[in-house]
Design a protein around this ligand. Structure first.
Ligand code: ATR
Length: 280
């Protein structure tokens, strides 16, 4: 039974703008499903107000928070303890208090891996070759996760060579930068193709690729989830390849925060996916 003398734990998502965030829908679903007293709200915070807001998080009654664009990098300098993953990403998306100490972690990496584990059991090919499209913050999380799972080669396809070289410098020679014109040459040896660019996202230019050269056993993953079925996923399905959409990464990255704040580990279910799909 709920103790009426104890305050209801509340968490929030800090961003600017933040109105578009679907995180309240996800955490609200889990609170209802698990029958827990709790609250999860949006906090629109400008960069100049971020430090003051984070310093007053407990005073405001929050047990923790998610952090989104444009604050994921700046928040690293505001936490007392930063996880190794967040440090490697140079960005954090989850904050929580432990004995009054503010911890920061980046859950995009476990979210990416858990989604593939769930949607494509057996995808994990130690010693395998991945081709990653894009070299932004999302690519950094994807590459970190793939190297942790034992991929031996990651072809990194990006328009700006400078960003690819920065990721190679961060992760070592297993990361092999190349331009879009070299994609056809690397596809025949690709076990896993991951799009981390914004191409194919609603309102962005499409991602048009010839997937003929991919092996029949290749898995194609698009981390874009609006629309849920991107042009890349349609092309891969038409070619008979296994595919994974991006919605699950969003859902799985939310799990650790909920567990820290509300004390129960929630599950990514088909009902939760359906709720989000209706909103996309
Ligand atoms: P995120 O942090 O979500 O990964 P980002 O840092 O803005 O977002 O990265 C977006 C990625 O999409 C980048 O790899 C970008 O390529 P550049 O580094 O060359 O800019 C890629 N991208 C976006 N629009 C693109 C386009 N029209 N053509 C090719 N790549 C594009």
């Amino acid at each position: 039974m709920t103790d009426p003398t104890r305050p209801v734990p509340k968490a929030c998502i800090i961003g600017h703008p933040v109105a578009h965030s679907r995180s309240p829908m996800v955490h609200g679903f889990w609170l209802r499903e698990l029958g827990l007293a709790g609250d999860y709200t949006r906090e629109d915070v400008r960069l100049e107000d971020l430090a003051g807001f984070v310093a007053s998080l407990r005073e405001r009654g929050y047990v923790g928070a998610n952090v989104t664009v444009p604050h994921k990098e700046a928040v690293l300098g505001l936490a007392d303890v930063v996880s190794e993953t967040a440090r490697a990403m140079g960005a954090a998306n989850t904050l929580w208090f432990e004995n009054g100490v503010l911890h920061a972690d980046n859950t995009d990496v476990p979210g990416f891996l858990a989604n593939l584990d769930e949607r494509a059991p057996g995808w994990d090919r130690s010693g395998g070759t991945a081709t990653v499209l894009g070299a932004g913050g999302a690519a950094r999380a994807v590459i970190y996760g793939l190297l942790a799972r034992g991929f031996s080669t990651i072809h990194l396809v990006n328009r700006s060579e400078e960003r690819s070289l920065a990721l190679q410098a961060a992760f070592g020679p297993a990361v092999k930068p190349c331009g879009w014109d070299a994609l056809a040459a690397v596809l025949p040896a690709t076990d896993l193709l991951v799009n981390t660019t914004s191409l194919g996202m609603s309102g962005q230019p499409p991602l048009v690729l010839d997937l003929k050269a991919l092996p029949d056993t290749a898995l194609v993953h698009d981390i874009v989830y609006i629309p849920l079925t991107t042009g890349l996923l349609s092309a891969a399905r038409a070619r008979g390849l296994a595919t994974v959409d991006g919605l699950g990464m969003l859902l799985h990255q939310a799990v650790p925060g909920f567990a820290h704040w509300f004390g129960r580990t929630p599950t990514v279910t088909e009902d939760l996916r359906a709720l989000l799909v209706r909103d996309i």
